[in-house]
Structure formats: C-alpha cells, structure tokens
Ligand binder design. Structure first.
Ligand code: NAD
Length: 299
C-alpha cells in the first residue's frame, strides 16, 4: 500500500483518487472547497486540513490543480509539500500547466532529492471515472518506473514522453492539433451548408477520405452524425471551450518562449477567446461551430 497525498479533488482529481483507493492505496486528500472535501470523504479519502500535514506522511504526492500558479503554491508555498515531504518522495503533477513552471519545479524537486514526474492526462471526466485516462509523462526513468503502477490504476495508456516537462509539451501539442482540427471540421460543415452540400454526404465522404480526423468521426461538431458527439446534447461539455482556450494559450506561451512558428495555433486561440468572450465558455468546445455559422450563438 502506498500512502498518497492527493491535492486537488475536483472534477478530475476525485475520480482519480477513488481509483487509487479501489487499488488498495491510502489517500490523504486536500482541497480548498468544502463541497469537494465532503464528496471526497464519502469516497473514502482521509481529508486533511493542510498540504504540509498530508505531504509529511506520504510516499507520493499527486496534484490535480487548475494551473501552474496553484501547483507552484502547493509545492513551494508557505505550507508547501516540498518543505515537508520525506526525502525520496515521488511527486506526480497531473494538472495541465505551462512547460516552464513544470520544468522549474522539477529542477527544484530534483535538488531536494525528490522524484519528479509531470503526467498530464487526456480523456476527461469520463476517462477519470472509468480509469481509462491517457497519461503523458515527463521525468527520469526512475520516476516513471515508480509512478507507473499508480498511473496504471487511473489510466489505460501511459507514455513516457521524455525528460521533465515533456508530458506537458505533449499535452499542449496534442490539444493544439485538436483545437485547430475542430475549427477546420466546423468550417467545412459551414461551407457545405453554404454551397448546398448535404451534411451527411460530407460526413460519409470525409470520414473515408483525407479529411478524416477525430474531430470529425468521434466528436462531430454538427448533430445527428456521430452518436457520442456533444452536438447531440445541446453542446453540453464534454470538454469545455474555456478548457480548450486554456490549453491553446499554454501552447502559444510555449511557442513564444521557444520560437516555434504556430500561426494556426494562434488563430485557434483567438477564435476560442472570441467564443469564450461571447459567454459560451462553459459549452463544449465543439460548439465553436455555432459562432462560425453566425447564428444562434448569443452575440
Ligand atoms: P477543478 O477546478 O474541478 O479541480 C481543481 C481543484 O483544485 C478544485 O477542487 C480546487 O478547489 C482545488 N484547489 C485549487 N487550489 C488548491 C490548493 N491550493 N490546495 C488544494 N486544492 C486546491 O478542475 P479539473 O477539471 O479537475 O481539472 C484539473 C486539471 O486537470 C486542470 O489543470 C485541467 O486543465 C486538467 N484537465 C482537465 C480535464 C477535464 O475534462 N476536466 C481533462 C484533462 C485535463
């Protein structure tokens, strides 16, 4: 049994922690929100009052927090885990955060004798509940090896992407493809409408042609073509547009810092910013098609 301090028991964190409990591990959980603390208690988490208290007793510290600033505060803030954890503690950050923060925290952790792994996920709340997440991990082989049995209880596909920060890099590259491809598919359906091409025919043809992609065949942005699409459920998220915007901004931040040329990534970020500013950021990200159609989008 591994004693795990699990920090951040929100939409993703709690179902992930629940799968670790089912796997026989002990979870010392911390969250700021009383409602999330109660839900965690009901799921068998031992809710602690501080990060320091949880980290001091833990063999591993897992974080599932909104952004880099939260992870930094939890790792090295006043009550920070790195100031209280035992030497050799394994730190796994599964939040989606910026590559630079991830790398700098990994370097700090290395210097203090901890094993550091960034391991962001894809698969959403459904994947977290089912234990079928994809983990993209960055860190040393030793950290990856120690983390793998735990990641295996929460996910189905676990890839060691490279050194510290490589997991975050993989995540933002993947989601930049996703954001751009969702807009591309949405534009194609808008064009089909304008030129009088039946949507179902476009789907049948593109799904078997070089336009085929996940945004088309698994998550089609127009209704009645793919049963699993949020388009069939009034675009209830799914993966919220604001979350897509967050990841596209992280991709742009990394592109600026590294000098990569990503003009379509920049355009996708701008379009999701516009969509979010129209008050629809909580809708599924595939609802961007409504803005491109120019009707029924609330602006
Ligand atoms: P969430 O807002 O539901 O959960 C985050 C939790 O962290 C909240 O409960 C909050 O109270 C807690 N928290 C914040 N600061 C804290 C602190 N200092 N100490 C303790 N707890 C603190 O968010 P989520 O949907 O679970 O997402 C978490 C991360 O996973 C994000 O980085 C997100 O980008 C990533 N992610 C989410 C999804 C998804 O579909 N929701 C999919 C892939 C990746």
């Amino acid at each position: 049994m591994v004693v795990i301090a699990f920090i951040g028991l929100g939409n993703m964190g709690l179902p992930m922690a629940s799968n670790l409990i089912k796997g026989g591990h002990r979870i010392l959980g911390v969250d700021l929100l009383p409602a999330n603390q109660s839900a965690a208690r009901a799921a068998g988490v031992e809710v602690m009052s501080s990060v320091a208290a949880a980290a001091a007793q833990a063999d591993a510290v897992i974080t599932m927090l909104p952004a880099g600033a939260h992870v930094r505060a939890v790792y090295v803030g006043e009550d920070g885990a790195m100031n209280h954890a035992k030497p050799g503690t394994l730190f796994i950050d599964s939040s989606t955060i910026d590559v630079e923060t991830s790398r700098s925290l990994a370097a700090l952790g290395d210097a203090k004798g901890f094993l550091m792994l960034d391991a962001p996920v894809s698969g959403g709340v459904g994947g977290a509940a089912a234990g079928t997440l994809t983990f993209m991990a960055g860190g040393t082989a030793e950290a990856f090896e120690r983390a793998s049995p735990l990641l295996g209880l929460m996910g189905k596909t676990i890839v060691h992407a490279g050194a510290a920060g490589a997991g975050q890099a993989a995540k933002i590259c993947n989601n930049m493809i996703l954001g751009i491809s969702m807009i591309a598919v949405s534009e194609a359906f808008c064009l089909a409408d304008h030129v009088g091409l039946d949507r179902r025919k476009l789907f049948e043809i593109a799904a078997q042609s070089s336009g085929q992609c996940w945004s088309l065949t698994s998550y089609c942005p127009v209704p009645d073509l793919v049963p699993t699409s949020p388009a069939n459920r009034a675009y209830k998220a799914g993966f919220a547009a604001d979350m897509m915007l967050k990841d596209l901004k992280l991709a742009q931040q990394a592109a600026h810092a590294s000098g990569a040329t990503t003009p379509l990534g920049a355009a996708a970020a701008a379009l999701y910013q516009l969509f979010s500013a129209s008050g629809r950021g909580d809708m599924d990200f595939s609802a961007i098609v409504k803005m491109l159609q120019g009707r029924d989008h609330g602006i």
